[in-house]
Design a protein around this ligand. Structure first.
Ligand SMILES: Cc1ncc(COP(=O)(O)O)c(C=O)c1O
Length: 297
């Protein structure tokens, strides 16, 4: 670690991780200083290089979550936007959603908005004394018009880990779409979207993934994009002669220029996580926690 804050003790990693791996700072700096091109908008060397490295970040993300097609990763501004793209894109008037009382405001508030403005019905299932949601209560809440189950993986308040695989099985049994909010888990815990049965997985790039701020990711499982409307439309650098927003992934959900420095920084952060391994990173966090508790004692 370098800089004036090198001796700072930072305890706010649930809000955003700090410090980042050195390679993240270097990637952001090198891009801004030496490259500066947009992704998929130009046909010259620097633009090609940026496009290739943006694609590499998507590849590292799908590898991390056990998915196959890099195009199924959509970049957004933060975890909140990823969740909004999923929730607003999927729900229609008269739909019913099951979520929980321990979900984050970036799920609960869009749902509240849709309850008030789009006649969407919402069931918020309770949790037990440890903050854990019972998968049976999710199952019991499902109705004939349930279109979505939205569940946080790890609570930002209590750290409770929800039974996302059991709930995923329930979603599959009932043919209901399943959105997992992995804001506090991606980069900390292993997640395989196939095993979890997630149709949509949302996370910020700046928390456990160790990327720069101002970036979020959304994974969209095969087939789900047919039901998921784009919230914003605009330039994509593809099919530019068409008035309609392209249906191509990820372009459908990525109008406008990307946060390229953020994406390239995230690419380096993902390489760091891969090289060190999630288990090693977790062990380090546990050692620091033990030291802190020891100090308190
Ligand atoms: C569980 C959970 N979901 C979603 C978010 C939203 O992420 P962002 O701050 O990147 O919008 C947070 C952020 O604290 C969170 O803890």
């Amino acid at each position: 670690m370098t800089g004036t804050n090198s001796r700072r003790i930072y305890l706010d990693n649930a809000a955003t991780s700090w410090p980042k791996p050195e390679a993240v700072y270097d990637a952001v700096d090198a891009y801004q200083r030496d490259n500066g091109a947009t992704a998929w908008r130009g046909a010259y060397r620097e633009a090609d290089d940026v496009g290739r490295r943006v694609q590499q970040t998507r590849k590292r993300l799908v590898e991390l979550i056990g998915a196959a097609e890099p195009e199924r990763i959509v970049f957004t501004a933060n975890g909140t936007e990823s969740l909004n793209v999923a929730i607003h894109g999927l729900l229609r008037p008269g739909d019913h959603v099951v979520t929980s009382v321990v979900d984050h405001n970036s799920v609960l508030r869009p749902l509240r908005f849709l309850e008030e403005h789009l006649n969407v019905q919402v069931t918020r299932v309770p949790c037990d004394g440890r903050g854990i949601v019972d998968s049976d209560s999710v199952s019991q809440a499902i109705r004939s018009n349930t279109r979505l189950i939205a569940l946080v993986h790890v609570s930002n308040v209590t750290g409770a880990i929800q039974p996302i695989e059991q709930v995923g099985r329930i979603a599959r049994e009932h043919g209901v779409r399943y959105l997992v909010d992995a804001a506090q888990s991606l980069g900390h815990l292993p997640i395989d979207v196939g095993q979890v049965g997630a149709d949509l997985l949302a996370a910020p790039g700046h928390k456990g993934l160790l990327g720069p701020s101002g970036l979020g990711v959304l994974y969209i499982a095969p087939g789900c994009e047919k039901e998921l409307r784009s919230l914003r439309q605009g330039g994509t650098g593809s099919l530019s002669n068409e008035y309609r927003q392209p249906e191509l992934l990820p372009d459908k959900y990525e109008p406008g220029n990307l946060n390229v420095p953020g994406v390239l920084g995230l690419g380096e952060a993902l390489l760091f996580l891969k090289q060190h391994g999630l288990q090693q990173v977790r062990k380090h966090a546990e050692q620091l926690t033990a030291r802190l508790l020891d100090g308190f004692a």
